[in-house]
Write a protein that binds this ligand. Structure first.
Ligand code: NAD
Length: 507
């Protein structure tokens, strides 16, 4: 496959990089099979303890130098990474699509998100503002400045194999930090491709070895990072189960963490919604990336008066969905990541039925020509109650739950009544409903939209969610502050030493 060659991916790859060097390790081999056709794409050698130590040493040494580069100069390096990504957009988009299974459009969109965050970070590199304050003491100046933290450990999930790393790394780099990336063991080749792209830019610009490093492996590698006191910040994206473990390990050593965890996202479809628009938002939200986005629409909370009409529209739309090879742009829905995900999808359908769920579009696993990987499933729809245990749980698959409501207060309480708090939306043309939904008594999520679905987000806003979603914020707005430490400075330019609060201390 041409794109593998273009990205420097071999059949067998070393998985540990101290910067421009890929190093030999004795870890076991991770084989990466495509969920698209079940074929082996390539393999990566896991990082062992010695390799991990080498990476930490390389990153720690790089930080000493990198932190002294002026931030706009670091921004210039990130600008060049953006250019390199533009040149490789097609190849990297194809790899994302083939290794993860999302549609080619979404694979390319993910690379575009990387480019966008590069552009954002370049501008940011000339900002990183601190405030100055008026001191209560005469002849004193007080201000704050932001300094880099050191090593940032980035643990990422399979469903955004490249964008989440870019969201973290591009900001961390302009902030003066260095990064160790542990990608998901389900999509290791994407990390090799990204590191190759970055290495080319870093080498050309004599960036210190160790500013961008990679370790590969599963949960154990993540645990090493989370408990390592040499890593002041861990940014971890994945399941709530993982986030609870990482949060506890980082918290136990009083480190900092950014946790970006599971969602259980709902769209409220009001009696005053534009139903055609709502349909597009709901169907794309539920079946895009085969329901494997943290912002995927899992629940539709529909007003009684439009329930039947909207349900019929949904069933009609689902009957037209084409499921198959995501690299073929005629298809709407690609595969799940692996057979384990297919098993979880089947189990969730069973549990839903046991709790009384009524499937109006049946699910099932597809077999036969084009479905040899065993990872293709039918998007399905069930009528449920919000309190069902299975509805309270995030199943990472295209299962959509319908819930009825009769007034807006009830709709908002259903929306909020789940453990997660990532993305939410209301479809309405009624200003009062929209404003109530966005008010402090409205949605409790990190993202709340009006007349847009739950799925996807622009890089300019801070991204993340509340409750079991972990509370972290990444990407735009002032999310950069999490990658830096704030220092308050007071300078006395007088000949006296007055104490704050007028305290007298004469000697
Ligand atoms: P996962 O939790 O299984 O794995 C995520 C990463 O964490 C992997 O790199 C894995 O190796 C590592 N890991 C697992 N257990 C760990 C532990 N105990 N300590 C340290 N590291 C550990 O998640 P996944 O299946 O790859 O991804 C799907 C999940 O990610 C969904 O819940 C989805 O909602 C969530 N997600 C959230 C966001 C967000 O921004 N909120 C974005 C993407 C995905």
């Amino acid at each position: 496959m041409e794109f593998l060659k273009e990205l420097g991916i071999a059949d067998k790859n070393l998985g540990t990089s101290t910067g421009s060097n890929w190093i030999n390790t004795t870890g076991s081999v991770i084989n990466s099979y495509s969920p698209v056709d079940g074929n082996l794409i390539g393999s990566v050698v896991e990082t062992d303890k010695a390799g991990y130590e080498e990476v930490i040493q390389s990153a720690a040494a790089a930080f000493i130098e990198w932190r002294t580069w002026p931030a706009p100069k670091r921004g210039e390096i990130v600008r060049q990474i953006g250019e390199a990504l533009r040149a490789k957009k097609s190849a990297l988009g194809q790899l994302v699509s083939y290794e993860m299974g999302k549609s080619l459009q979404e694979g390319l969109g993910e690379v575009q998100e990387m480019i966008d965050i590069c552009d954002f970070a370049v501008g940011l590199s000339r900002q990183l503002y601190g405030l100055s304050m008026h001191s209560e003491r005469p002849g004193h100046r007080m201000y704050e400045q932001w300094h880099p933290l050191g090593i940032v450990g980035v643990i990422s999930a399979f469903n955004f194999p490249v964008a989440v790393w870019a969201w973290n790394s591009m900001l961390a780099w302009v902030c003066g930090d260095v990064c160790i990336w542990k990608p998901s063991e389900k999509v290791p080749l994407c990390s090799i491709a990204c590191q190759n792209i970055v290495n080319e830019v870093f080498t050309r610009n004599l960036v210190p070895e160790g500013v961008s490093t990679i370790v590969n492996g599963g949960r154990e590698l993540g645990e090493w990072l989370a408990s390592d006191t040499r890593i002041p910040l861990i940014s971890a994206t994945g399941s709530t189960r993982m986030g609870k473990a990482v949060g506890a390990a980082v918290g136990a050593r009083l480190g900092k963490s950014i946790l970006e965890l599971g969602g259980n996202n709902a769209i409220i479809i009001s009696s005053e919604a534009d139903l055609d628009m709502a349909l597009i938002g709901a169907v794309f939200g539920a079946v895009g990336t085969a329901g494997q986005r943290c912002t995927s629409t899992r629940r539709l909370i529909i007003h009684d008066s439009v329930y039947d009409a909207f349900r019929d529209k949904l069933v009609n739309a689902y009957n037209q969905l084409r499921i198959g090879d995501p690299l073929d742009q005629h298809n709407h829905v690609g595969p799940l990541i692996d057979r384990d995900a297919v098993r979880q999808y089947q189990e969730s359908i069973e549990k839903c039925k046991q709790e009384g769920g009524n499937f109006i579009v049946e699910g099932g696993v597809l077999e036969g020509d084009g479905y040899e990987s065993g990872c293709y499933v039918k998007p399905c729809i069930a009528e449920v109650k919000n309190h069902f245990a299975i509805v309270q749980h995030e199943t990472f698959a295209p299962i959509l739950y319908l819930i009825r409501y009769s007034n807006i207060d009830e709709a908002i309480s259903f929306q909020n009544d789940v453990p997660q708090g990532l993305s939410s939306a209301i479809m309405t043309l009624n200003l009062r409903e929209a404003e109530q939904f966005l008010s402090q008594a409205g949605s409790d999520c990190g993202i709340a939209n009006v007349n847009i679905g739950t799925s996807g987000a622009e890089i300019g806003g801070a991204f993340g969610g509340e409750k079991e979603t972990g509370g972290g914020r990444e990407s735009g707005s002032d999310a950069w502050k999490a990658y830096m430490r704030r220092q308050t400075n007071t300078i006395n330019y007088t000949h006296k030493l007055p104490l704050a609060q007028g305290i007298k201390f004469d000697i």
